[in-house]
Design a protein around this ligand. Sequence first.
Ligand SMILES: [Ca+2]
Ligand SMILES: [Ca+2]
Length: 104
Amino acid sequence: MNTRKILLSGLFAAVACTGALAQDTPTATAQIEASTGPVTVQSVQPPIPNASDYQVKVADIDANGDGVVSKKEVPTNHALFFEFRLVDTDRNGRVTDEELANWK
Ligand SMILES: [Ca+2]
Ligand SMILES: [Ca+2]
């Protein structure tokens, strides 16, 4: 088996592995053989947010009760965690109900 075939079979194995694991876990790892030696490929897929994440109000996740949401208060699997900078339109590091209302 030449190097190209090894690389291609390794790549297909990595893709197949990633696809199979993506349904159960957000992370998949595969080992492929490159011309320079073995390479570990890790695929990290962020969790798919729930549609209900977009209906959140400040009171739902305001852990310290100060009336605004800082990124530290947002669960890491919540859509707001990934889109915090977009939602925080005045870039003050705090999200208000008004900013959440404009988040679609
Ligand atoms: Ca807060
Ligand atoms: Ca803000």
